[in-house]
Design a protein around this ligand. Structure first.
Ligand code: PHE
Ligand code: ZN
Length: 867
């Protein structure tokens, strides 16, 4: 019998999985019964698979397994030993068309540090199967195109694990004489193994109900440790809102009598959409005003909605293979973005999403790990849960929705849900439904799925005074990315409008221009005065725009554009141009930015959340993305200088926005959120101005706060400077929230994001703090992830930050490869830096690749980053 050890170690020549190699499964498994005797150190899993030959062939049955050995294999009730283990698969020749296969394995959830398969988190036993975790629980064709109905029986010690949950509906439960108890669950909907879940633990529940539009009463439950029960109300409410929203906006109704969510502290991602039993990272469930920021509240609602929406876009219709991951993730992100937009300001939500896209996806698309929304190959699929698959994928759906318009888009999603319900589908299936119901030809649009890289569009507006006409010249280029050169022009839906520079009035209606060639010219009539063009309104295409608009025209649009996103965008571009000039030349004229910010602050018609976003300067990393060589220190200094000047010039306005008199008792309403957001931005500017009383002002807000948004905002401002109040606030915060892991994460993260010069040393020290642990992904991300995102600190002279990160990644890789690999990308940006930094970054990547026994997860990320 061949070696069946865990597959984590990188093989000398890693196995590459290719999209073009897809072949349908040789055997289907219509029914599965699992009998799981749960025990933290020795869980017995007995599996009974009804297998059916699919088509005419003589292929053996192949079952995936990892980290466990088969203790017994039976075919139709008879023990057999003529099976082999080949490449991690159990291979079994079968004579007939249908058989019953039974296997038995033993696994140890307590020793599972990877958090894939069955593992323990704070005494709760839970599972994580996407993408390939089910094979760590039992032998199975662990691929998403094998759909089965599951019957699950769990047995566990009743005192330690009083609650036993699995997918679908509870069927029966009972007690045994030996102090154990059992429960049986049945999920009537055929599903792939990655959607399997079970949970056993000592859990309390917040129950609610939702009545679907056809009258089904669904029992909802949010399951947490008893101590956390008081912090589950927001998540439950968000779930009810999401269920109603999906009925109203997409016509999608829930399909089981129960819907449970369990929160655990140790989780590799945000949450998981297992059928009827979502399992969440507790940070996306638990909230109360004292411990969660408005950002946390919003994120909880978004993730609860996201996982719920997967019930249709993911579970009822799943993915044929993992290359189709964006079929469920891109579409579901698009759906959760729509949900969040409907809860408050749609414009602010769009601004946040574009900020996020630019912070995470654009750099990915411009770096060594760039990949198409539908990748062609992977070594480890866990590395492809990326901003490209999720967020760029959502932009693709958004562009199709823009091209189709709302009615036809809804008809197209109806067709998709109807036609592919109960199947494992492809991105192509989705696009074909858009075409068919939308009555459009998306042949060239499909390039968005196959070509990586962010298209660049150049735009010049030509106006001949007195002619009544203007011509907009557009040209596009899709940049080369690893393995892809000489790309074809893509289909870019660009929303445009002209405004008159004298009157500020629109010159004609908004137009939707679909640029699908390398270049095109668009003529506008009735241009009665000098026009200014508002481009890519609403960020209708996820591209970079290079336009020759002057600072004056950008400032004009920042005041007069009627599309709130475009207004924000004009301001950002004005700031960016100023900051790039200052970085390159050492100084720049700040007057235009100051005037535009003042106007925005003074406009009473704008909602405060929008104002807060609009007056924020672009992130240091985004400024770096505009430069051929990133100079982190020069960028930081240029940005600080502009912050200082804005702080000084508009001092009275900032003080008014963070005036304690504006404080009112916490309420989670869009209006109050906006006031709080602007308050924290304003406090930051007061501190940036260098005002002597800034630390006292911040500390007063820190102390008086009745909510985490105000308290954490004040802490962030204090941690960005040096003062006695800084140290006091960190100390008070730490002691006040000792024992609350999610808030302690903020304590670590805020320090790791600090712009101060000693941050690299402080971060290294924090890694030795008794509360720091690599075993908890949230804690690891709070320190290591935040440090990697802190451009000034991470790239500080000397390269200590690079070495520290590589050390942390190697240590983490031994425990949790998936989370380690996710934290590597900052090291892969070496091409964007000067030769000294680049060499040091590459040396660390090379050291990682040369380390024996690293995971294939980390190997793939590091080796691709070196290329
Ligand atoms: N499918 C999950 C989501 O996006 C993400 C996830 C992937 C969670 C892999 C865990 C493991 O909703
Ligand atoms: Zn998802």
């Amino acid at each position: 019998m061949a070696d069946t050890r865990a597959t984590a170690a990188a093989p000398a020549t890693p196995v590459v999985t290719r999209r073009s190699d897809y072949a349908p499964p040789a055997w289907q498994v219509p029914q599965v019964a699992l009998d799981v005797a749960l025990d933290p150190l020795a869980t017995r899993v007995r599996a009974r698979l009804e297998v059916v030959r699919s088509g005419a062939h003589d292929e053996p049955l192949r079952l995936d397994g990892a980290g466990q050995v088969p203790l017994a294999v039976r075919v139709d009730g008879i023990a057999v030993d003529d099976w082999r283990i080949v490449g991690g698969q159990l291979v079994l020749a079968l004579p007939g068309e249908a058989h019953v296969i039974e296997t038995e394995v033993e696994i140890a959830p307590d020793r599972n540090t990877q958090l894939m398969g069955l593992y323990a988190s704070g005494g709760i036993l839970c599972t994580q199967c996407e993408a390939e975790g089910f094979r760590r629980i039992t032998w199975f064709p662990d691929r998403p195109d094998v759909l089965s109905t599951y019957r699950v029986r769990m047995t566990a010690d009743k005192a330690r694990f009083p609650v036993l949950l699995a997918n679908g509906d509870p069927v029966a439960a009972g007690d045994n004489a030996d102090g154990t108890h059992w429960a049986e669950w049945h999920d009537p909907y055929p599903k792939p193994s990655y959607l399997f879940a079970l949970v056993a633990g000592n859990l309390a529940v917040n129950r609610g109900t939702f009545t679907t539009r056809s009258g089904r009463v669904v029992d909802l439950g949010i399951w947490v440790r008893a101590a956390d029960l008081a912090r589950t109300g927001h998540a439950l409410h968000a779930l009810q809102l999401a269920m109603a929203w999906d009925e109203r906006v997409y016509g999608r109704e829930y399909d089981l009598d129960v819907f449970n969510i369990v929160a655990v502290d140790d989780f590799n991602f945000g949450a998981m959409e297992n059928k009827g039993l979502n399992i969440f990272n507790s940070r996306y469930i638990l909230a109360d005003p004292d411990t969660a920021t408005d950002w946390d509240y919003d994120a909880i609602a978004a993730v609860v909605a996201h996982e719920y929406f997967h019930n249709w876009s993911g579970n009822r219709i799943t993915c044929r293979d993992w290359f189709q991951l964006s079929l469920k993730e891109g579409f579901t992100v698009y759906r959760d973005q729509g949900f969040s937009a409907d809860q408050g300001s749609a414009a602010v939500k769009r601004i946040e999403d574009v900020r996020g896209l630019r912070a995470a996806q654009f750099p990915e698309d411009a770096g060594p790990l760039a990949h198409p929304v539908r990748p062609e190959s992977y070594i480890e699929i866990g590395n492809f849960y990326t901003a490209t698959i999720y967020n760029k994928g959502a932009e693709l759906i958004r562009m199709m929705a823009t091209i189709l318009g709302p009615e036809r888009f809804r008809a197209a999603t109806d067709l998709y849900f109807d036609r592919f319900d109960g199947t494992a589908a492809t991105c192509e299936d989705f696009v074909a439904c858009m075409e068919e119901a939308g009555g459009v030809d998306l042949t060239r649009f499909r390039l968005w799925y196959s070509q990586a890289g962010t298209p660049r569009v150049s735009a010049t507006l030509d106006h001949q005074p007195g002619s009544g006409r203007a011509t907009l010249h557009l040209a596009q280029k899709v940049p080369d990315t690893p393995g892809q050169t000489h790309k074809q022009p893509q289909v870019l839906p660009l929303r445009l409008r002209l405004f008159g520079a004298e009157t500020g009035r629109p010159l004609g209606d908004e137009r939707l221009v679909i640029l699908s060639d390398t270049a095109a010219s668009i003529t506008f009539e009735t241009v009665t005065e000098r026009p200014v063009v508002s481009l890519n309104r609403g960020f209708s295409a996820p591209v970079v725009i290079d336009s020759d608009r002057s600072a004056a025209d950008l400032a004009f649009l920042a005041r007069h554009d009627d599309d709130p996103f475009a207004r924000y965008e004009a301001m950002q571009q004005l700031m960016l141009d100023t900051l790039v000039a200052a970085t390159v030349e050492g100084e720049a004229d700040h007057a235009a930015v100051i005037a535009a910010v003042a106007d925005t602050l003074d406009d009473p018609t704008l909602d405060r959340a929008f104002v807060a976003e609009a007056v924020l300067l672009p992130a240091e990393s985004f400024i770096g993305d505009q430069l051929s060589t990133v100079d982190p220190e020069a960028i930081f200094q240029a940005r600080e200088a502009l912050r200082r000047d804005l702080g000084r010039a508009l001092d009275a306005r900032w003080r008014a926005a963070c005036d304690p008199a504006l404080r009112r008792p916490f309420a989670y309403t869009p209006e109050d959120k906006g006031i709080r957001r602007l308050r924290n931005v304003a406090l930051g500017y007061v501190a940036a101005s260098g005002a002597a009383d800034a630390p006292a002002l911040a500390y007063a807000q820190f102390e008086a706060a009745d909510n985490m948004t105000d308290r954490h905002g004040a802490l962030t401002t204090l941690v960005g400077g040096r003062s006695a109040q800084r140290d006091a606030a960190l100390d008070v915060f730490y002691h006040r929230y000792a024992g609350n892991a999610l808030v302690l994460d903020k304590w670590f993260q805020t320090q790791a994001l600090s712009p101060l010069e000693d941050t690299p040393a402080l971060v290294a020290e924090l890694a030795q703090h008794p509360d720091f642990t690599l075993a908890n992904p949230n804690r690891a991300r709070a320190l290591i992830g935040a440090f990697g995102a802190n451009q000034r600190a991470f790239h500080a002279d000397g390269g200590d930050g690079y070495r520290w990160l590589a050390d942390q990644l190697l240590a983490l890789d031994a425990l949790n490869p998936q989370t380690a690999a996710k934290l590597l990308p900052p090291l892969g940006r070496w091409r964007r830096f000067d030769p000294v930094r680049a060499d040091r970054m590459r040396a660390e990547l090379a050291r990682i690749v040369a380390t024996p026994d690293i995971s294939k997860d980390l190997f793939e990320q590091a080796s691709k980053s070196l290329e």
